[in-house]
Ligand binder design. Structure first.
Ligand SMILES: NC(=O)C1=CN([C@@H]2O[C@H](COP(=O)(O)OP(=O)(O)OC[C@H]3O[C@@H](n4cnc5c(N)ncnc54)[C@H](OP(=O)(O)O)[C@@H]3O)[C@@H](O)[C@H]2O)C=CC1
Ligand SMILES: CC(=O)N[C@@H](CCC(=O)OP(=O)(O)O)C(=O)O
Length: 344
């Protein structure tokens, strides 16, 4: 058994980690933190875990909180994991950060987008970007994993086969994506109130979202050269889910994109390429670690359109973090992640 500590157990990604790890056959949860709820029983706060999780929240700054833990997963706002990671790594504990502290290689770019000074820039180069479909071998050996953002997971998996194989014009990459409100976390924000978000759809951060540099970095690495990438996120009135629509110009419009995607993802346990003409729906991935993808060729154009759907809290955050944990610990990659989405 591997003992896992969680920093930030009362948020949406922390509670999703609890849901997944409470039924993971190879994991025990050694500690779960919350400053606001320290001392309170987990199942009192999350009744869905009654009978499945007998833990009490502890303060993250308490003495020996993570004693005996092999891995600590940080499900905290941006800028917190970087204050814990150096000490944990020095104690021999491996770290998975669900926030963005270690995702962007260029420290100046990170500091510009996240509006703070990086506390341990020296560790960023060591961190492995936790997208298993690209970096599986490195994740297995990593001490520090930077779990990808939610939109970056949906968009990068959608573009990956085209960009890795040099099949698209790298100045033509665009993505428009919609997210449910759980993407904004569990804190109280007026735009996420039911009366504000229900019965309405809006774009936001059109001039620049902090996931743009993360996605551009990943696509450039796949391509081996810089890319021009436009990203427009939208908020839609649902709780979980991201649906991304991606656009690119094909260098050779005769390429069989359906066969390309089926071949690239044939052995990937968490990427499902739908039959030609398919339309992935967020409800078919809800609560699962799956990314469902469909590829389309709009008639009379040289463009390709890719549709990519994930659950932002599962493949977009905590499920992918558990997938990375499985790789780091030498477990089957799918261990504890075999959920089927609820229907209807
Ligand atoms: N929601 C999503 O869909 C996704 C979120 N992410 C990222 O995951 C991270 C967590 O997101 P989410 O769960 O939505 O956030 P929430 O706001 O819902 O939860 C944040 C958690 O962090 C704890 N926390 C806050 N400040 C500190 C601190 N200074 N020290 C220790 N713990 C702290 C909080 O508990 P307390 O204050 O009681 O200590 C709480 O448990 C964020 O960085 C987010 O960007 C990534 C992908 C998807
Ligand atoms: C709907 C919504 O507000 N979504 C969030 C996504 C945040 C997230 O998950 O991203 P990081 O882990 O990179 O912070 C947003 O656009 O800021």
């Amino acid at each position: 058994m591997v003992k896992v500590g969680i920093i930030g157990g009362t948020g949406y990604t922390g509670s999703e980690l609890l849901r997944l790890l409470s039924r993971h056959p190879r994991v025990t949860i050694g500690a779960i933190t919350s400053r606001a709820e320290a001392g309170r029983n987990v199942a009192d706060l999350f009744p869905s875990l009654r009978g499945r999780c007998d833990l009490t929240f502890t303060d993250p700054e308490g003495e020996g909180v993570f004693a005996g833990c092999d891995v600590v997963m940080s499900a905290t706002p941006n800028g917190i994991a970087m204050t814990h990671a150096p000490r944990l790594l020095a104690e021999g504990v491996r770290v998975i950060d669900i926030a963005a502290d270690f995702r962007i290689r260029d420290i100046a770019v990170w500091e510009q987008w996240y509006g703070m000074k990086h506390a341990c820039p020296g560790l960023v180069a060591e961190a492995v970007y936790g997208l298993p479909e690209r970096h599986r071998a490195a994740i297995r050996k990593a001490r520090l994993v930077a779990n990808p953002g939610c939109y970056p997971t949906a968009v990068q998996l959608g573009f990956l086969p085209l960009v890795e194989n040099g099949l698209v014009d790298l100045s033509s990459l665009m993505a428009s994506a919609v997210s449910g409100t759980s993407g904004a976390g569990r804190g109280a924000h007026v735009p996420m109130l039911f009366a504000e978000a229900a019965e309405s759809v809006k774009a936001y951060a059109v001039g620049g979202h902090r996931h743009q540099p993360e996605i551009a970095q990943g696509l450039a690495q796949m391509a081996g050269q810089p890319v021009e990438f436009v990203f427009v996120p939208h908020l839609v009135p649902m709780i979980r889910g991201i649906h991304a629509t991606l656009y690119a110009r094909l260098k050779d419009p005769s390429v069989d994109v359906q066969a390309l995607y089926e071949t690239r993802y044939r052995d990937e346990p968490f990427v499902d390429v739908l039959p030609a003409g398919g339309h992935p729906e967020t409800r078919t991935v809800r609560g699962t670690n799956l990314c469902r993808i469909a590829v389309h060729r709009p008639k009379g154009t040289d463009k390709v359109v890719v549709l990519s759907a994930i659950d932002n809290l599962t493949k977009g955050a905590s499920g992918q973090a558990v997938q990375n944990l499985n790789l780091m610990c030498g477990f089957a990659e799918t261990e504890g992640l075999d959920e089927i989405a609820l229907f209807p």
